[in-house]
Ligand binder design. Structure first.
Ligand SMILES: Cc1cc2nc3c(=O)[nH]c(=O)nc-3n(C[C@H](O)[C@H](O)[C@H](O)COP(=O)(O)OP(=O)(O)OC[C@H]3O[C@@H](n4cnc5c(N)ncnc54)[C@H](O)[C@@H]3O)c2cc1C
Length: 311
């Protein structure tokens, strides 16, 4: 019964996230906007670079590395893709001038993937170039299965000239077995996630013990080889097992990674025990969609949202 209710809540929140009418209503209604923003604040660094800088500084001072993403995806015209790329460049410049410890994370569909491959490659190179001036990494997020091939191809192409590039792989996809074997031979860093998108039938392994085992197997290969990697999960069980692997192999090139506002207390504990931890900070004005997605993936977070609104 409880599981059924959580599933219904999750479906409803996914629909709310995609409902343009609901989104516009929220954004135009001052009271509703302010109320929901209180719940969103837990998950975002701010709406602008300036606001986000102070959030990053605080995390850095507390011993966390940070990776930062300017929220947005699925841009369908060149002008907006170029504007998003420019925002990432501005962010990279700020990291340098403010001496922050933050890499960049981005969706390729935010900087042109749905417009053209050439545009995306060009924008990605410009961002990597700027980021390299302060030794920052640029990590590509992984999107839906209709985009996986394009994302991997572009990653390989840009990695030839920009070594500060990394990619995210989704353990739930059957195809990841061969993508992983292929990409671990290259020098770029790999972020391992379980996978967030709905997929066509037969392409992915559902949540459960089998997926956890596969995820841990990828993590073990990365850690044993000391391949530069991020082990990104909110699953306490997974991170505890990964810590056993870190103790076994003593790698130096890893981070345990979580999104800002999600199970960060535990990451604090890991960091205090001496493990390298990174927090993924997002910023921008598209927080309504982001908030709905955080609630949809774990509807119990709605209660936290309620508490944040009331406080
Ligand atoms: C840094 C980072 C980057 C990511 N990048 C991508 C990407 O590029 N592409 C992509 O497809 N996915 C990405 N994801 C999402 C990822 O694929 C998973 O969907 C997400 O992390 C949930 O899976 P899980 O391993 O955390 O735990 P799950 O197997 O989903 O859940 C296990 C347990 O973890 C806890 N938990 C999980 N989620 C939450 C939550 N929101 N709030 C509170 N507790 C929770 C609960 O206790 C839950 O029972 C990213 C995740 C992180 C942390």
């Amino acid at each position: 019964m409880e599981q059924e209710l959580l599933k219904i809540a999750s479906e409803a929140l996914k629909k709310a996230a995609l409902n343009e009418e609901a989104k516009n209503f929220v954004l135009q209604n001052e009271k509703l906007f302010k109320t929901l923003k209180k719940a969103a604040n837990r998950y975002i660094g701010g709406e602008t670079i300036a606001e986000t800088v102070s959030a990053i500084k605080e995390l850095n001072e507390n011993g966390f590395a940070v990776t930062t993403d300017f929220m947005g995806e699925s841009i369908r015209n060149e002008k907006e893709a170029n504007e998003a790329a420019q925002e990432f460049v501005n962010f990279a410049r700020t990291v340098k001038s403010e001496n922050l410890n933050s890499s960049i994370s981005l969706d390729l569909s935010h900087i042109g993937l749905l417009v053209s491959e050439d545009l995306t490659i060009n924008n990605l190179k410009i961002i990597c170039e700027e980021a390299s001036k302060s030794n920052q990494e640029v990590i590509i997020s992984m999107e839906g299965t209709d985009r996986t091939d394009m994302i991997i191809d572009i990653y390989k192409e840009v990695l030839k000239t920009h070594s500060n590039l990394g990619i995210t792989l989704q353990a739930y996809l059957y195809r990841t077995k061969s993508d992983f074997e292929d990409l671990i031979r290259l020098s770029g860093s790999i972020r391992m996630v379980k996978g967030a998108y709905d997929t066509p039938k037969g392409l992915s392994i559902p949540r459960g013990e089998e997926l956890d085992k596969i995820y841990l197997n990828y993590a073990e290969q990365l850690l044993a080889k000391n391949h530069k990697c991020a082990i990104a999960s909110h699953d306490s069980k997974i991170h505890h097992k990964v810590i056993e692997l870190i103790d076994k192999y003593s790698p130096t090139n890893y981070v345990l990674e979580r999104l800002l506002g999600i199970c960060n207390e535990e990451l604090h504990t890991f960091k205090n025990q001496g493990y390298q931890c990174r927090i993924y900070v997002v910023y921008g004005k598209e927080w309504y969609l982001y908030l709905c997605n955080r609630w949809a993936e774990y509807p119990l977070n709605l209660f936290r949202g309620l508490a944040d609104i009331v406080e």
